[in-house]
Design a protein around this ligand. Sequence first.
Ligand SMILES: Cc1ncc(COP(=O)(O)O)c(C=O)c1O
Length: 399
Amino acid sequence: MLDLSYVRGQFPAFAEPSLQGQAFFENAGGSYTCQPVIDRLFRFYHQRKVQPYAPYPAAQAGGAEMDEARTRLAGLLNIAPDELSFGPSTSQNIYVLSQAVREAMRPGEAIIVTNQDHEANSGAWRRLADHGIEVREWKVDPETGHLDPAELEPLLDESVRLVCFPHCSNVVGEINPVAEITALAHAAGAWVCVDGVSYAPHGFPDVDALGCDIYLFSAYKTYGPHQGIMAIRRELANLLPNQAHSFNGDTLYKKFTPAGPDHAQVAACAGMVDYIEALATHQGVSPREVAGLMHAHEVALMQPLLDYLGTKNSVRLLGPTDAARRAPTVAVALQRPAEGVARDLAQHGIMAGGGDFYAVRPLQAMGIDTVKGVLRLSFVHYTSPDEVDQLLAALDAVL
Ligand SMILES: Cc1ncc(COP(=O)(O)O)c(C=O)c1O
């Protein structure tokens, strides 16, 4: 069982006087930052803020920390260190990848996108239609938001080169069977790009076991600094054309990052692994088993919230009502604009958000008025039962 008081002790926000009494339920927009990340950022800015890798001690230490972050994160994700790269954000990483894929494809070839994705893993790919690439849409069930692998199969044929889908949608919350979908796509000869932004905060995945060619997520939602992280498997990375400075094209972890790296933030990403490893040691499990502990805690806290929302006629709960099938990113459509409801909840010490969360396509696919938007209640493993009780009481007062 997860030791919640140990977990919360690793996040300074829980000891911050100005945040006392405030229960944080907008984690899908960006999580609290763990202490090791803050310590590493502080140390970098104080002691290493020079050109990394230059031949003087501060530069050597800074460069070594950047390499350490990449190597240790890659280890946690079960990929090789040069298959992991950092970029400013997942949206930008996907944009750059879409340019590489465009150059590698021929007009008439096809890609598949979903209408369950956040715009980041949708719009950049759809725009390749302007370059003669056929874009096919794998559609959600308009009632439930469910993405059925059986609906993907008829879209796959020999002209499809890439299938893009989310590990978990940031409004539907359902966990998609990545390994199963990847196997279908690979059998048809297509590469696979998975947006893991809404999934990774609930347990870092074993990317090798998932089998996908590209896996992306955002460090600022996984207890880290504001960086995008992408895993690109070697076979595909070698095939795609360089998007960076010409002399960086032979280095896989530089090839798809045209921007200069944010040295301090890249280095601080090692703190995410410090946290997971420390938690694993504390709990007596392996770092990869931490995901299971997080999931069990989140499911136990989420089910009462789903059950409560299910009893309210005035709200439409998106995604599964069974907590075990989803992440605790719980969106509901209401009869009034969601932003106003979030403002009312703030009066009760609840930090939650209302809007479209850049998931305009999935909301429209489910017939939801995107002007009213949805109220999103999202938490992670550091959330406590007391905070969920506070949320339930606040919802009761506001809805
Ligand atoms: C599911 C999902 N994908 C992609 C993104 C975009 O990530 P970033 O802000 O790093 O560009 C978000 C951001 O909210 C998201 O929720």
